[in-house]
Design a protein around this ligand. Structure first.
Ligand code: SAM
Ligand code: SF4
Length: 366
């Protein structure tokens, strides 16, 4: 028999069935889920929101994910690779404006020249920011040796979404070839933790073929992997990708948005001390989507500091926001938005995952 949502919210641990029920909750019950998540966030995390200045430094990718607008086979994209000089300028901008941290994100390449380039950039960014800026990388699957090299050169957080924790679903949204391996992706998450990164993952919400059961399993997967940070948001179709063929079978954007907020709120209740990012894709659906996510559980936001002339070519999905703004506009706009929801920006701070430090202490004691 189904439980009352209020009874589920009283529990310390959610079963798979509980999570499914929470994800299916009606509008009235959803308000209670959000209220509970808000309380938990206030108690364990506080109202601070931390910046990660996002540098989308290249859209050249060796992979062909079936949902992504910059996949290798998409011929309708003008490929770019921002010069080292401009990347360093963006990192300096983040440092001088007290962002605390940056994220370096781009297409996945594994060749030697690429690995060396990132390594040199990391050292240079640390040097020009007096070792003060925190660096998150999001550059896909790499060998343990590469992860270690980049860690030793100054990166300390890494974001690698599992995209879908159900292996079958994973292969419906990735071509089943050597370079798209679910098992390799799981191994990469373990490698990242072993090397010492604060490890982040996440999924897209509202994918074709995805069920509520899959989403419940995604949340349980994050917990079982002892993940430190999560970035998850709605899947948004892109017309130049193979998954676009399923656009008529998707749930409406508004529902995808609400489901994404529910996922964030339930996760906050389940994992009180992790960092949760308010994904940019939320804003592609609702102009104040990221702020709504912060209100109910997220504590990280990624203002885009990619030089504006490149942004239009990092179009992962339709309606990607902030393509026409410059760096200053972007931060002024976010600052105002965070204030409106009574949040406070943790200027100049790394805003690391509390969970990471607890995890390490536990490991040291064993
Ligand atoms: N190449 C790296 C990787 O895949 O991990 C980092 C860059 S990739 C563009 C960053 C994230 O964009 C992916 O993890 C994926 O979840 C998200 N993304 C790609 N296409 C998307 C879409 N159509 N809708 C929503 N998110 C998307
Ligand atoms: Fe490349 Fe990442 Fe897009 Fe996949 S999601 S095609 S790895 S940029």
């Amino acid at each position: 028999m189904a439980k009352l949502i209020s009874d589920i919210l009283e529990q310390n641990n959610f079963s798979r069935q509980d999570i499914i029920q929470l994800l299916n909750a009606n509008a009235e019950d959803t308000k209670n889920i959000f209220r509970k998540a808000k309380d938990i966030k206030r108690k364990y995390i506080g109202n601070k929101v931390y910046f990660r200045g996002l540098i989308e430094f290249s859209n050249i990718c060796s992979k062909d994910c079936l949902y992504c607008g910059i996949r290798k086979s998409n011929q309708n994209v003008e490929r770019y690779n921002i010069s080292d000089e401009n990347i360093l300028r963006a990192a300096k901008f983040a440092y001088e404006n007290d962002y605390g941290s940056i994220v370096i994100q781009g297409g996945e390449l594994r060749n030697k020249a690429f690995v060396n380039r990132i390594d040199n950039l990391l050292k240079e960014i640390k040097r020009i920011t007096n070792n003060k800026i925190g660096i998150t990388l999001s550059l896909g699957e790499q060998s343990e040796e590469t992860y270690k090299r980049w860690f030793d050169s100054g990166a300390h957080r890494y974001l690698l979404r599992i995209e879908a924790s159900n292996k079958e679903l994973y292969y419906k949204i990735h071509p089943n070839t050597d370079i798209h391996s679910f098992d390799e992706r799981i191994k990469c998450l373990s490698r990242l933790s072993r090397v010492g990164y604060q490890t982040g993952t996440g999924v897209m919400i509202g994918l074709p073929f995805q069920t509520t059961e899959d989403l419940a399993d995604d949340l349980l997967f994050f917990k079982s992997m002892d993940i430190d940070m999560i970035g998850m948001g709605p899947y948004i179709e892109h017309k130049d990708t193979p998954l676009y063929a399923y656009k008529d079978f998707l749930m409406p954007l508004k529902e995808r948005f609400t489901l994404s907020l529910k996922m964030i709120a339930i996760l906050r209740i389940m994992q009180k001390d992790i960092n949760i990012a308010a994904a940019t894709a939320l804003q592609a659906i609702d102009p104040i989507g990221r702020e709504k996510a912060i209100e109910i559980g997220a504590n990280i936001i990624m203002p885009n500091i990619t030089p504006p002339s490149y942004r239009a070519n990092y179009r992962l999905y339709e309606n990607k926001p902030c393509i026409d703004e410059n760096e200053e506009d972007c931060v002024n706009c976010i600052e105002m938005r965070i204030k409106l929801i009574n949040g406070e920006i943790g200027y100049g701070k790394w805003g690391d995952s509390k969970h990471y430090f607890k995890r390490h202490l536990k490991e040291e004691l064993h």
